[in-house]
Design a protein around this ligand. Structure first.
Ligand code: NAD
Length: 336
């Protein structure tokens, strides 16, 4: 079992990373966090002050591809734990501009691994008490057909977008650093997250934004593509379980056991928005089908049996209740 003390979080000003930092600082008073984030368009500067109040959070505005900076942070803060969220994450952007995805997701992960190897393993040092936790996605496994069994940790890799291919490449580097150098790594593959602080461009915030503006809600193709949805707090609890008690060199799939297709998600959100604005026409009429995404994966589903059996993790939230909380948060935060 691993006890994190000096934690370098990458991408901690983004959606999942910021929720994770908040949960970690609140749940473990012995933890200090160095939060390295490039503050790309995806980051939210408004969330940083709430961490600083803990006195155990240091924000560093910088790039995970900057090898000198990363090495210095590991040394100066005597980092024992790296939780690596930083990535380019939007599939549509990876189709129009894949270069940034390869740079941050592949090169950036390499820089972090190499810095950890130098800091933790060089000159006969022991990696005892260290841990590198790589945050990955179920998208690396490609697409399921309607009758296929959900992804397990032994599902073959078959990434279809530049985003998922770049994440797959980073996963392979993480695995290799364990097998070749003995770096103490764990990797988690999670399904689609939703909750507070997700960037506007993602599916659920887009639906809410379009409802508020009375604009068409873009749904790819027939709307039949289905995803396994997980509330972000459940993901963060799963990461914490694996970080502390997962076995090094292992991978863990984290999923909500909640498969919904895009049209179902859009309709549920429209119904909630109807409750908030009962005077308007039903929001459902805003749903508008648009040309499908090239190479669009049909279905992702996760078998989270290993998380449940080995680590006792199960999701706590159910979709209908947690999506309601999420909508309430977006409505309340509009004027923040
Ligand atoms: P996000 O896009 O909301 O945030 C990414 C953060 O990384 C941003 O704050 C950004 O500024 C930062 N960043 C980007 N490039 C950087 C660089 N070169 N150096 C330092 N920081 C950089 O992403 P998210 O949705 O929170 O996803 C976080 C991680 O979880 C990613 O690795 C992603 O692949 C993975 N993941 C996400 C989901 C999901 O549903 N959102 C599901 C499974 C896995």
């Amino acid at each position: 079992n691993h006890v994190p003390r000096q934690v370098l979080v990458t991408g901690g000003a983004g959606f999942i990373g910021s929720n994770f930092v908040a949960a970690l600082l609140a749940s473990d008073p012995g933890v200090r966090v160095v939060n390295l984030d490039l503050m790309t368009y995806a980051a939210d500067p408004d969330i940083l002050p709430r961490f600083d109040a803990s006195g155990r959070h240091v924000f560093v505005h910088g790039d995970i591809c900057d090898a000198e900076l990363v090495a210095r942070l590991l040394r100066e803060h005597d980092v024992d734990t790296i939780v690596h969220f930083a990535a380019e994450t939007h599939v549509d952007r990876s189709i129009t501009g894949p270069g940034d995805f390869v740079r941050t997701n592949v090169d950036g992960t390499f820089v972090l691994l190499e810095a950890a190897r130098q800091a933790w393993l060089a000159e006969g040092r022991s990696a005892q008490g260290r841990r590198f936790h790589h945050i990955s996605t179920d998208e690396v496994y490609g697409s399921l057909g309607p009758d296929d069994a959900p992804f397990t940790e032994s599902s073959p890799y078959a990434p279809n977008s530049p985003y998922s291919a770049s994440k797959a490449a980073s996963d392979h580097l993480v695995r290799a650093y364990h097998r070749t150098y003995g770096l103490p790594v764990v990797t988690t593959h999670c399904s689609n997250n939703y909750g507070p602080y997700q960037h506007d461009e993602k599916f659920i915030p887009t639906i809410i934004r379009c409802c508020l503006a009375g604009e068409p809600i873009p749904v790819f193709g027939t709307g039949g593509n289905s995803r396994d949805w997980l509330y972000v707090d459940d993901h963060c609890r799963g990461i914490d379980r694996v970080l502390r008690d997962g076995r090094t060199g292992e991978t863990y799939n984290i999923g909500g056991g909640c498969e919904l297709n895009n049209i179902q998600v859009a309709e549920k959100l429209c119904a909630l928005m109807d409750e908030h604005h009962p005077e308007g026409a039903p929001h459902r009429r805003l749903i508008s089908f648009v040309a499908d995404r090239p190479g669009h994966d049909w279905r992702y589903a996760i078998d989270a049996g290993k998380m449940r059996e080995e680590l006792g993790w199960v999701p706590k939230e159910n979709f209908d209740a947690a999506i309601k909380k999420t909508v309430d948060w977006y409505l309340a935060s509009r004027n923040r």
